[in-house]
Design a protein around this ligand. Structure first.
Ligand code: TRP
Length: 335
């Protein structure tokens, strides 16, 4: 980067739901890699979660859990700014100012908004409509150019770029254009255990491995994964659901273990019971330390408070500097 400055990475973490293997391999593992190379801001999107009117008693346990799980996966609050959206008030100011540059028509066209309208016709609030404006404020507040997100956020990011460009044209150049970034690699899709689609928090719970699942639950889920009577001849192509079991193995098992089962499969001598038992044990060995670490962090309120304060402090320094430039560019300076 110019001036030897590191590029700025920003991403938001949803505060609802438990983290699963798909989140780990699809997102968090990339965050952990980015924290070594970039200036990173990772934010728990607690204000965004209010758009769907959750039970507010759940806010605190949800925020604590998502912080604990991300730290247990390797995110280091010393290396990055790990903070809560609601702790950085400048977000609200930038959101308000960006709202003047966001048009009703484009907001109504947003896929995520249309989905919400369909799912909850009784709660079509303005926060939901302007969800992408708040997200743009999160990103632009740090003048971030790299945003590690999945495909489902592409449209929101395009809107962030549009808002940034409109601001720059109307008031003067303050913001870089933010782009989705994952080290130029395709994001890993973690297949679900029922042979359909990928692991996700909303679909079949039994087909998704959560980082909070107990050892027994992990074993149970994997043993229930769909298989069949096995290949009837050597070197047959694998059906999707068998391919998926091998894909999961590639994430958590040793290379020679995978090779052995590949060979058994190609010899038409594979025993799916053994395959799943092996995968279950390797999965347990992978998840257990994360679950235990997350649990000990989650219950350490003093530590969580310290890291939230530290994260908010780092985020506010960057936010305050941006907002100075924003107010000046707009001309909100009268003396
Ligand atoms: N909308 C994102 C999601 O649903 C979460 C998010 C909020 C976000 N603010 C962000 C992502 C800023 C990237 C950058 O996952």
């Amino acid at each position: 980067m110019e001036n030897g400055k590191k590029a700025i990475v920003m991403s938001g973490i949803r505060s609802t739901g438990f983290l699963h293997l798909g989140n780990y391999f699809g997102a968090i593992r990339n965050y952990v890699r980015m924290q070594e190379e970039y200036t990173c801001y990772f934010m728990v999107a607690d204000i965004h979660s209010l758009t769907t009117h959750p039970d507010t008693k759940e806010l605190k346990p949800n925020v604590h859990r998502v912080l604990a799980e991300n730290i247990a996966c390797g995110l280091d609050p010393e290396k990055v700014a790990l903070y809560c959206q609601s702790h950085v008030y400048e977000t609200a100011e930038l959101y308000m100012l960006l709202n003047m540059l966001a048009y009703k028509g484009e907001l109504e066209k947003t896929t995520t908004f249309k989905d919400k309208v369909r799912q909850h016709p009784e709660n079509v609030n303005a926060g939901l409509l302007t969800y992408p404006v708040l997200q743009a404020a999160d990103i632009l507040l740090h003048r971030a150019s790299l945003v590690p997100v999945g495909k489902d956020q592409e449209q929101h990011l395009e809107m962030s770029r549009n808002f940034a460009n409109r601001f720059n044209h109307r008031y003067g150049n303050v913001f870089p254009e933010p782009y989705a970034f994952n080290f130029g690699e395709e994001l890993i899709k973690v297949p679900s255990l029922d042979g359909t689609g990928k692991m996700s928090k909303s679909e079949n719970q039994y087909a998704t491995i959560f980082l909070s699942d107990s050892d027994e639950l992990i074993r149970k889920k994997i043993m229930k994964a769909k298989t069949d009577a096995g290949p009837s001849a050597p070197n047959m192509p694998k059906p999707d659901y068998i391919e998926n079991i091998f894909l999961l193995m590639k994430l958590v098992s040793a290379p020679d273990t995978i090779l052995k089962f590949e060979e058994d499969y190609n010899k038409a001598a594979i025993r799916y019971g053994d395959l799943k038992k092996q995968l279950a044990e390797d999965m347990v060995a992978f998840v257990t330390p994360i679950r235990e670490k997350a649990e000990s962090i989650r219950t350490d309120e003093a530590y969580l408070r310290r890291i939230m304060e530290m994260g908010a402090e780092k985020a506010r320094i960057s936010a305050a500097a941006t907002m100075e430039k924003v107010r000046e560019a707009i001309g909100l300076k009268y003396y």
